[in-house]
Every structure is written in C-alpha cells, then in structure tokens.
Design a protein around this ligand. Structure first.
Ligand code: ADP
Ligand code: ZN
Ligand code: ZN
Length: 724
C-alpha cells in the first residue's frame, strides 16, 4: 500500500497497492481516471482510505531512492502549503520535464557533433553556396558541440544533415564522465574597493558560520555587484561547496555564463530555456551528484538539488520573472530564503533597485544589508535631465532638445540608447474619419500594427490579422496609426539621422534562438551608434560606449491603478538610466514627460532610487498595502461574464465573516477580457499573513465545492505581483 501525490488539481493523495519495494519520495507510474500519470509516493504502509478490493495497483515504481533530498522535500511541502497548491502538482513541477514524464533519473548519452578527418581538409571555396555549412565547420573546428549548442548558433538541422551525408562531420553519443571536481581559479579578480571588500568579508564570515542568513547587496548600477558575487563565491568553491545562482529570465545570456567561466575553472551548469529535455535532466543530475560546482539558472533552478550547497545568489532580486505567473504561482526568491535557512547557507540578494518587500525585511532586521554606493573603477554616476513635453513638437516621439542631445553625443563618437517599452510599429490602427479602432474581439484591446511582419497582432492573446485597407465601420480608406512603437522609431531614425546605423532590440528582433546574444554583442561592440530597446535592454547589460540614455514615454505608469506601478517605474527608470556612462565616459539620462512636476519623478530624478524606495515603503505602510499587509488574489474566467462573476460572488460570501481578513470584490479584472474569456478578481487582504492563510485553509474545501465552480475556471495567487 502506497499513498501517491499526483499532478492533478485536487488537494488530496491517492492510495494504490504496491507489492515490490517502494520508498517515500520515489516516483510511480499509475493509472488514474483512465490516464497514465507519474506521481510521487508520500507515504507507505498506511491504512487505505477505501476498501482494498477497490484499490488499483501501481504500474511501476520508477525510483529506488527518493528523487529529492530532504531539504527539497521539506521545501516543496512548505511551498504546497504556503501557496495552497496541490502537493502532487508542486512535486512534479519541481522535477525536470523528463522525470515528470517518467524517464529514468540517470544519465543519458548526449550527442555531440565533431569534425571528421575529411572535414579538416575542407576548403572555404567548396562552401561558397552553403555559408551555413561552412560556419558549422568552423564552429566544430574549435570543439565538439551538442544539438542545442548548434541551435543556439542558429545552425539548421539541414546543414547538419548535409555535412553528415558528406561524411565531413559525424556524431557520437556518449555518457558523461562522472568525476569529482577541484577548485581552480582561472583568472584574478579586481582589486576590491572599500565597500566591495566589506561585503565580501561579511559573506565569508556568514558562510563560515554556516548560518542561513539573507544579505541584501544594494549597489547602484555598475557598482561591481557581480565582482562581489565572484569573490564571495571563491572561498565557498574552494571549500568544495556548490553555489546556486538565480538570474532573471532575460539575464541568462552566454555573456553572463562566460563571466563565471572566465573566473573559475570548475564545472558550471547553465539551466536555460534553450536546453533539450535530456540536457536539462543532465544539468539537474549534475547538481544532485555534485558534478557541477556552479549552477546558474532562471526561476525553476531553485529546485535543483545541491547536496554540497554553500551559497545561494539571486541577481536582480526585484525582477518579476522570479514569480511564476500561472499554475503553481511560487516566488523563487521567497523560496530561496526558506532554502537558505534550511540548508544553513547565506543567500545574497543583489540589485540596484531592491523590491519594497526586501527593504521591509531589511528594516525589520530579518535581512542584513550591505551597500555599494559608488560605481566601480573609473565610472561615474550619470547626470539626469527632465524634458517637459507640454506644447513641444515631437518628431516620432522625439523632442527637439532630445534630438539635440543625441546629435551631440553621436558626433562625439558615443552611443545613444533610446528606451521605448512598446514593440511593433504602432499601438493602434484607427480610422481618421469615424474613429473606428482595429481591435481584437477576443480581448477587446487594440491590435498592435506590425509593419515588418505586415500584420496586426494582439499582444494579449497572440491573434494575428492582415492589415485592413478600409475601415470596418465606415469603409473609409483613411486609416492612420497611433502610438509610437519601436519599429516606427527605428524607421524614423533612419530618416532623421541617416548617417547613424540603428540596432533595435525587442522581442520581435530577437525571436530566433541566439539572436538576443548576437544583438547584445553587437550593441556592446559599439558598431551601432543608436540602440533602441524595450525593457529587455533595461537589465544588467554593459554597453561601455553608451553615454546618453533617453526614456521616451513612461507617463502611463504615473497614473496606473496598480499600487506597485510606482515601484516598478522607479526600478525601470533606475535600471535603464544605469546603462549610461558605465565605463570611463560620463553619462546623461534624459526623461521626456508631460508631468515633470510629478512628485514621484522629482524624488527619483533628484534623490535616486534609494530615497525614493524608502518613501514609497513608508506610503505603503500608511495605506496598509504589501509588504505592510498580506494579499491573496482569486482570479476567475469564463466565456460568459456572469459565470466568472457569480463564482467569485459565491466565494466572497464564503470568505466573509473573518475579523482579520478583508474581502474586496468581485470586480472586473483590469484586463477584463482575454482570448474570448471574461475575467474577474477577488482580493483578500489582511494585516496578518498568518490569519490570511488560516482563513484560506479553513475555507478551502468549501470554496472547491461551490457549484458555480463548474462553469468557470479559477485560481489562487498568494502574494500576487501582477494584477492584470
Ligand atoms: P553591477 O553588476 O553592479 O552592474 P558589474 O559587476 O558588472 O556591476 O561591474 C561593472 C564594471 O566594473 C565591470 O566591467 C567590472 O569588471 C568592473 N569592476 C567591478 N569591480 C571593480 C573594481 N573593484 N575595480 C575596477 N573595476 C571593477
Ligand atoms: Zn471609419
Ligand atoms: Zn487578443
């Protein structure tokens, strides 16, 4: 008899007969409601819930050992409790996809392509008409590569096949060699400045004391936070311990990994979205078997077992990508805090723009605080300028004074970065005669005009339409676009400043694998005097020749209904501004706005993020908003608005009556319709986190049993970050 947690949306586990050996934490394959599922044993030898004769037998026990170590096992149980998410879903979510499907938790042969002897003789002129094949050959000249490494390099399967057919390259499948690693520093670090040295020394002590402490490393952009990570890691690695590093989704570029690789001669695993399932599994196993000294990954890497963990690092801790926004809605940062305590290792949270949650923890003395207030090396902090847009003529979103600044910096041979967080050509297509707006019927939102793709796209549901030639309401052919997008800005600059090549970096220009890395490299090389970027460019990247950064339009955030909008704007502004003047050249940041007098902007521009964030936190406390209070958000959606609303009304009635939990709603979601479904929200608010959780736990089965739940989908989000 075993009790199994299954990846199904039910808060219970299921009993099966199991005659062979089985341990808690092993995966099993079972049939459940006519489906084959892989679940995990959570108890053995317990009294079954139902008559033995009704029990089914497990089809197979997949592991001899528990899949997770005890630290992760406990962490995942905590997460299931805290996020009120079914344990089976949490456990299986934390496992790599290959294990979720029931594959063996053992090393698989990995394919590597290499050159044959014949390949070594190949001549460039034989490949005049197959440049990609020639590029592939040159890559393989340096070392053998895996299929996903080739994908990263934009090599197509047909190029690989063509060379294989000609016996110029060949592939070998081999199991990885397992061996213990030894610490080797490859490269000397910088001479630390005073503040960096203080931070490194504090972390050294913390890891020697083997205590689970949390450290906020608050360092202005370019202050050398990464250098602190590297030097704080060194003694940990030297002691034979592993380091787990989480970075934002957009931050896991080859350049990031290269910085760790250049410094340390130890095995490094990078867990990114470009990996195949078997490579991801291998990375996970390398963590588990202490084959990797450094594991770098995005959000889900927090679930990598590291038996010898010595330090946890989260870079850009304020970044939203650490919170999963669907299914199992966990915060990797918050779970990292838990894991650091459990595994008794220090956790380093690095950022120029700490989240207010983290600052509140610093104020409450739960987290330690170290600060880097100076830019590292020669770099100085940038100067800030605000341009009042009222009554100013704009050319494609650019004011005269901004254009003058641009010309000055460009003429001096420097780079200019224009920040515009709107991809596409224009944010709407409208009829000049009757005002009709081309909009996605399923989301009730204007379509974005994409000129390069030659279509209209809904940025909410992904729907695409061809661009109409006539108004759908009055038939007029006078259709005009409204709202400047990055494509249009790129085109306009080609006319305004034709002598300066432009590089645009947004989701559309970096869709193909490897393109983002290639674009970032060209951006950093200075080959394009003008860079246009969406928030993809805001983070972490280092462009030494950029001396002018301009934010063209961020006014929308000043009057948003989301209480976090100000914090986000402060972070975005500071991060974007941080791209200016990172090397020896001084930088200028220009902000165009219709509201130069807005207190928020004033505080940001005059006093910087540090002061801004502290006053924002004080305001949150007065308003009893997170982090001064706890929230949970219940979302519902259905094809009929009333179904979604009535479910939440019933839930509101169920949840009423606690003296400590305030129930707000139901109300229409800010994005009231998406992909044809109507969306509603119910907000739970409490001064006491504990009271909120107790209340939810007490009411959960009642909520789940509501008959209205059959007509609408719903989900619960603990500590919600995104209210759209
Ligand atoms: P951050 O992560 O805070 O944005 P980085 O770690 O990328 O900053 O450092 C910015 C630049 O300063 C990098 O080029 C880095 O090599 C350099 N740097 C860091 N620390 C020092 C130091 N102590 N002396 C000289 N240069 C440094
Ligand atoms: Zn019209
Ligand atoms: Zn849509």
């Amino acid at each position: 008899m075993v009790r199994v947690a299954l990846p199904v949306p039910m808060h219970r586990s299921f009993d099966y007969i199991c005659t062979g050996p089985a341990c808690v934490g092993a995966r099993v394959r079972v049939s459940f409601a006519n489906r084959d599922l892989v679940g995990m044993i959570v108890a053995v030898g317990v009294e079954p819930d139902i008559a033995l004769s009704k029990l089914k037998a497990v089809d197979a026990v997949l592991d001899e050992q528990p899949l997770f170590d005890s630290v992760l096992w406990d962490l995942l149980h905590f997460a299931a409790q805290y996020y009120h998410h079914p344990l089976g879903e949490v456990l299986m979510h934390a496992a790599p996809a290959a294990l979720r499907k029931g594959e063996q938790a053992s090393y698989q042969a990995i394919r590597r392509y290499q050159m044959t002897e014949q390949g070594a003789q190949a001549q460039a002129e034989d490949f005049k008409r197959a440049p990609q094949q020639w590029r592939l050959l040159q890559l393989l000249q340096q070392r053998s590569l895996t299929p996903s490494e080739l994908r990263e390099q934009d090599i197509s399967p047909s190029a690989i096949r063509a060379l294989q057919d000609k016996a110029i390259i060949t592939s070998v499948d081999a199991l990885p060699q397992l061996q213990p690693w030894a610490y080797q520093q490859a490269q000397q670090g910088h001479q630390l400045n005073q503040e960096q040295a203080v931070a490194v020394a504090a972390l050294k002590q913390a890891s020697e004391r083997a205590e689970g402490s949390v450290w906020l490393l608050e360092g202005v952009t370019g202050s050398g936070k990464t250098e602190v990570y590297l030097q704080a890691m060194a003694p940990v690695l030297e002691a034979g311990k592993q380091v787990l590093v989480l970075v934002p989704e957009i931050g896991l570029t080859p350049q990031t990994v290269a910085r760790f690789n250049d410094r340390f001669d130890v095995p490094i695993v990078a867990l990114h979205s470009g990996l195949s399932e078997s490579e991801r599994l291998q990375g996970w196993l390398h963590g588990r078997d202490n084959q990797a000294a450094i594991i770098i990954g995005t959000r889900s890497a927090i679930f990598t077992p590291c038996p010898q963990l010595g330090m946890l690092i989260i870079d850009e801790e304020h970044d939203l990508s650490f919170k999963q926004q669907d299914g199992f809605r966990y915060s990797a940062r918050d779970l990292a805090v838990k894991r650091a305590h459990a595994q008794r290792v220090p956790l380093l949270l690095g950022t120029a723009t700490p989240s207010l949650e983290t600052l509140a923890n610093v104020e409450a003395k739960r987290y330690h605080h170290v600060q880097l207030s100076q830019r590292a090396g020669q770099a100085q902090l940038a100067r800030h300028k605000v341009i009042d847009l009222k009554q100013v003529r704009l050319q494609h979103g650019l004011s005269e004074p901004l254009l003058a600044h641009m010309q000055q910096h460009l003429a001096a041979g420097n780079q200019v970065l224009l920040f515009l967080n709107r991809r596409g050509f224009a944010s709407a297509l409208i009829c000049h005669e009757c005002g009709w707006v081309g909009q996605c019927a399923r989301c009730e939102h204007p379509f974005t005009v994409h000129q390069q793709a030659r279509n209209l796209q809904c940025h909410h549901c992904g729907a695409e339409r061809s661009i109409p030639h006539q108004c759908h309401a009055c038939g007029s052919s006078q259709l005009i676009t409204q709202g400047l997008g990055t494509e249009q800005l790129e085109e306009a600059l080609g006319q305004l400043l034709p002598e300066y090549p432009v590089l645009r970096i947004d989701r559309d220009s970096t869709r193909r694998k490897g393109q983002l890395a290639a674009h970032l490299e060209s951006a950093a090389s200075g080959e394009f005097p003008i860079l246009i970027g969406t928030q993809m460019l805001a983070k972490g990247h280092h462009f030494p020749d950029v001396t002018l950064v301009a934010l063209l339009d961020v006014d929308g955030a000043l009057y948003s209904s989301d209480f976090r909008a100000a914090e986000r704007l402060g972070q975005l502004y500071t991060q974007v501004a941080g791209r200016a003047g990172r090397a020896s050249k001084p930088g200028v940041v220009v902000l165009q706005t219709h509201h130069p007098e807005h207190p928020l902007l004033q505080e940001l521009v005059n006093n910087g993020y540090h002061d801004f964030a502290r006053s924002a936190l004080a305001e949150r406390k007065l308003a009893m908003l997170p982090p001064a209070a706890s929230m949970a958000l219940i979302r519902s959606e259905a094809t009929q608005a009333q179904d979604a609303e009535q479910l939440l009304q019933a839930m509101a009635n169920t949840l009423q009556g606690s003296s400590e939990v305030i129930v707000l709603g139901p109300m229409s979601a800010p994005m009231a319709r998406k992909a044809g479904r109507f969306r509603f929200q119910l907000l739970l608010h409490s001064a006491s986190r504990q009271a909120l959780h107790q209340h939810l736990r007490a009411k959960r089965s009642e909520l789940e049993a509501l008959p209205q739940g059959r007509k609408a989908r719903w989900s619960l989000d603990i500590d919600p970050q995104d209210f759209t």
